[in-house]
Design a protein around this ligand. Structure first.
Ligand code: NAD
Ligand code: PPY
Length: 347
């Protein structure tokens, strides 16, 4: 844990333990430079508490970049509730989320939460019983509902911008796209790609999900362990992080990586490996910003749906300028995106 904190550029971490749920709780606040920190609450099982802290710290840092690049007046934070492998009872989950709400209140407005992996709008309603500092509640509880469909819209614009950079036209018709993970983001993304005439391959470790999609859409199902070696124009990781590593990058048979997954690089140096392999990489904190634009736009800035959609379309334009800057400066797209974020953070 000390190594994680020594190498982290963030402001502070609140830690606590929930006895009833047997859960170690972290709220990592990376930066409040542009406004109060915001970022989702992830419920997950980790090998050690140190791994959970490392995940929270890295995800919070990515939120700082995400807000800066999207031009949102918020900083970066993330919460991780590290649970045991056994499923939580509904009572223990409710108690854990209420405890989390108390911790958010203790931070006095320096951190706002929202949904992330394994948390839903209904979970945000429970957090909302104890704090108003929560985005993404159900509309019945005054929130803007799930941000996942708008995250998918942003990824779709990002795929178009990436295809345009590599192939000279942003038309995805006839392009082969591999969507890894057909969950809350992967499903609507697959539907948009099919509507636009792309050849879509899907994969999910939950085979029922993949089968349900292939029964109603013209898509082909790929086994989870075959995703990396599958030939395609665009690989869209929309499941877990860490899928791009020194082990997987040499096996990729795609021209573009552009998907929703947070932290798909196993380490920052993987961006260099992708560049050397002539694979265009859409930085995660740029292409998956649609959810943050939805949550902050509707709930903190009072935007109309036109304003939110304009913001989400901007993801494509931002990626185009990042790709142009990376080419002009001879750096990775990750480096070009980080420079854009740094300029906004210093302004
Ligand atoms: P989700 O939990 O709804 O869906 C993830 C899907 O991936 C599930 O169906 C799961 O079975 C599948 N999966 C897990 N491991 C897999 C593997 N190895 N191979 C194939 N499938 C696998 O999550 P989501 O909300 O769709 O989010 C997807 C990713 O996008 C996550 O990394 C999340 O952090 C990121 N993200 C989501 C949002 C949002 O608005 N939901 C915003 C920004 C980033
Ligand atoms: C993410 O986009 O990665 C999130 O964590 C979702 C989010 C965005 C903005 C505020 C709260 C949660």
């Amino acid at each position: 844990m000390d190594e994680v904190l020594r190498n982290w550029s963030g402001e502070f971490v609140l830690t606590s333990y929930d006895d009833a749920a047997n859960a170690t709780m972290f709220i990592a606040v990376h930066s409040t430079r542009l406004g109060p920190a915001a970022g989702g609450t992830r419920i997950k099982t980790y090998p050690t508490a140190g791994d959970a802290l490392a995940d929270a710290a890295r995800l919070a840092a990515a939120m700082t970049l995400k807000m800066a690049v999207a031009g949102l007046p918020m900083g970066g934070g993330k919460s991780v509730l590290a649970v045991e492998p056994e499923p939580l009872s509904p009572e223990a989950r409710h108690g854990l989320l209420r405890h989390h709400a108390e911790n958010i209140e203790r931070l006095g407005g320096r951190y706002y939460t929202g949904p992330d992996m394994n948390t839903t709008a209904a979970d945000m309603d429970m957090i909302g019983e104890g704090t108003g500092r929560v985005f993404g509640r159900t509309p019945a509880h005054g929130g803007s509902g799930s941000s996942a469909p708008d995250t998918a819209v942003g990824v779709f614009h990002g795929i178009q911008a990436s295809v345009s950079h590599v192939f000279g036209t942003d038309d995805v018709a006839g392009r082969t796209v591999m969507v890894q993970g057909t969950g809350a983001v992967g499903q609507p993304l697959t539907e948009m790609l099919v509507d636009a005439g792309a050849k879509v391959l899907i994969s999910d470790v939950d085979s029922d999900r993949a089968d349900e999609m292939s029964a109603r859409l013209p898509v082909l199902v790929v086994e989870p362990d075959a995703v990396v070696g599958t030939e395609c124009d665009v690989y869209a990781p929309c499941a877990v992080g860490g899928v791009l590593s020194p082990e997987t990058i040499p096996a990729l048979r795609c021209r573009i990586v552009a998907g929703a997954a947070n932290n798909p690089l196993s380490a920052p140096s993987d961006a260099q490996l992708l560049r050397a392999a002539d694979i265009l990489y859409a930085p995660d904190f740029v292409i998956n910003g649609g959810g943050a634009i939805h949550l902050i736009g509707y709930e903190a800035l009072g935007w109309s749906s036109e304003q939110v959609q304009r913001g989400i379309r901007g993801i494509g334009d931002t990626l185009r300028s990042i790709y142009a800057a990376a080419r002009a400066d001879g750096v990775t797209t990750e480096e070009a995106a980080e420079r854009l974020a740094a300029a906004r953070l210093q302004a």
